[in-house]
Design a protein around this ligand. Structure first.
Ligand code: SER
Length: 526
């Protein structure tokens, strides 16, 4: 199992130095250094995890007088579960750190700044502090959209920068940033790229998202975000984030512990390293693996790392990998709690890994014993033990038996879920907890969304839950694959057409049988 993985060579700058350089650079320029907030945001039920540096400061954009200082700098721990499918490529990570500088209450707050200073500080940090060659850098700005003008002001500032040779206009999807929740700040962005890789996003909050529109905001502010791991990669001339000091020791351990071939199993090794590092960070917040919210994410990440592993009888392989994920951060101030919580983190992550490995081993035994293993058996084991569907098909390929049908598996899943749904309650309960106008709109939108999903993806799409509050709606549904950007666009177009058609909404009372006959779709078993 010895690793052929290249040892860390030619590291020009390590993560600790880069973090310090960034914080010091902005501190010297009047910013207050604030520690990273928790990975699980306090008092913000709209998200499970902190996904950006600005999250802990959200309210200061609309209420700048609450801000502890007009200028702030941070290095924020983040988790993005939306990128989980991309993990394994060169740049996407589940856990990462975001370097950011912020300004609030421009122009009225003394010391605050906006586009000009933010763009110039960014350029100075990259070219003078980090000494990145100017010709390796290019920049983008917002080219405008029907109701939002192009950001000519930023363009002019960028054009004045000596040595910045390329400035490209880009559209709303790339160069406008907003949380998209009611009342939240948003605005056009300027991005800096190094060697064609996007490293820094400078957001100029000059709008508030109100009733589905971007209204000019009374106060302006700056929110920038630069992924530490990505920046480390480019300044060290590495190919990918896994070659930096924040990953290389973990990847090395993965190759030491698992029977892998670095020429073939690169993606798999990366997934294991990423998922286990993220698990360590979540466990460090005191979260235990479970069925809901953050707890479920932790469980999925640990189980995903195990699903990828051939050593189900020997879950101990995970221990040195967890150890290296903690060691990587042992000198970083913001991570002191990792060392303090080390024993607990080990226990939590290893116990879940062990339990899941045992489940998989017994499932394989069952598969070996039972001839004609069916979709019904697979659904039962998934519902009761959490065994992933993929396991059966990997197994059947190995044993050259028949492949199970995912459609059939889903049918049994749905039957089982309909039976157990009555017992479920709490966070993921469907329906309307709030009957305000915005919540009613979101509720109607779930119906439009379900129909549009069925048209684009197929009739297997079924609602699995929905949760609505005044700021956002969530809709869970069954579909075996990640949706492609084209499919998402199609669904959006169908819904927007229906909204624009302004169809009348009517109400009629009937029995569930009559409703089903009339073509209504619903959770009638509820
Ligand atoms: N909020 C922006 C982002 O997440 C900039 O920090 O990219």
């Amino acid at each position: 199992m010895n690793s052929q993985f290249a040892p860390m060579a030619n590291i020009l700058m390590k993560s600790n130095e880069l973090r310090e350089k960034f914080l010091e650079f902005f501190e010297k320029r009047g910013h207050k250094v604030i520690p990273s907030s928790s990975l699980v945001p306090e008092n913000d039920p709209s998200v499970l995890f902190t996904t950006a540096g600005m999250q802990q400061f959200k309210r200061y954009y609309t209420n700048p007088s609450d801000a502890p200082a007009p200028k702030i700098v941070t290095c924020q721990k983040c988790i993005r579960t939306g990128d989980i499918e991309e993990v394994g490529d060169d740049t996407h990570l589940t856990f990462f750190e975001m370097l950011g500088n912020f300004s609030f209450g421009y122009p009225e707050k003394e010391g605050s700044y906006f586009k000009e200073k933010a763009i110039k500080l960014g350029w100075e940090f990259l070219t003078e502090e980090l000494k990145i060659e100017k010709k390796r850098i290019h920049s983008t700005y917002f080219e405008g959209k029907t109701e939002i003008p192009a950001d000519e002001e930023s363009l002019k500032i960028l054009q004045e920068i000596e040595g910045l040779e390329e400035i490209k206009p880009q559209g709303f999807d790339d160069n406008f940033w907003s949380l998209g929740t009611e009342g939240s700040p948003g605005g056009p962005t300027v991005e800096y790229y190094i060697d064609g890789i996007e490293v820094w996003n400078l957001v100029f909050n000059e709008f508030n998202f109100i009733n589905g529109k971007y209204e000019p905001s009374q106060h302006k502010g700056v929110d920038t975000g630069m992924g530490l791991e990505r920046l480390l990669t480019v300044i060290n001339g590495k190919k990918d984030v896994y070659e930096t000091d924040l990953f290389e020791p973990i990847i090395s351990k993965v190759y030491d512990e698992l029977p892998l071939d670095p020429s073939r199993d690169v993606e798999y090794a990366r997934i294991v390293a990423d998922n286990l590092k993220a698990s360590v960070m979540i466990a460090n917040e005191g979260i235990l693996p479970g069925k809901n919210r953050e707890e479920y994410v932790l469980r999925r990440l640990i189980r995903n790392a195990i699903d990828h592993c051939d050593l189900k009888e020997y879950p101990e392989w995970i221990k040195p990998v967890i150890e290296s994920a903690i060691d990587v951060y042992c000198e970083a101030e913001d991570f002191a709690s990792l060392l303090a919580n080390k024993g607990k983190i080990f226990e939590v992550v290893f116990e879940e890994a062990k339990k899941y490995s045992e489940i998989l081993v017994s499932a394989e035994k069952l598969l070996n014993k039972k001839e004609n293993f069916s979709e019904k058996d697979a659904a039962y084991l998934h519902q009761t033990l959490g065994i992933p569907f993929g396991l059966y098909n990997d197994y059947s390929i190995m044993k050259q038996t028949k492949k199970l049908s995912y459609e059939k598996f889903l049918e049994y899943e749905q039957k089982h879920q309909a039976l157990s749904r009555t017992a479920s309650a709490g966070m993921f309960k469907g329906g309307l907890a709030d009957s305000g106008e915005q919540a009613i709109k979101y509720h109607t939108a779930t119906h439009l969304l379900q129909q549009a999903l069925r048209e684009v993806l197929g009739d297997h799409v079924a609602q699995k839950g929905s949760n609505i509050n005044v700021e956002r709606m969530r809709f869970d549904f069954t579909h075996p694959d990640k949706m492609t950007p084209e499919q998402i666009k199609k669904v959006e177009n169908i819904i927007n057409e229906k909204i624009e058609a302004d169809l009348p909404v009517t109400m009629a009372e009937m029995s569930p049988e009559e409703a089903k006959k009339s073509g209504a779709i619903g959770l009638f078993e509820h």
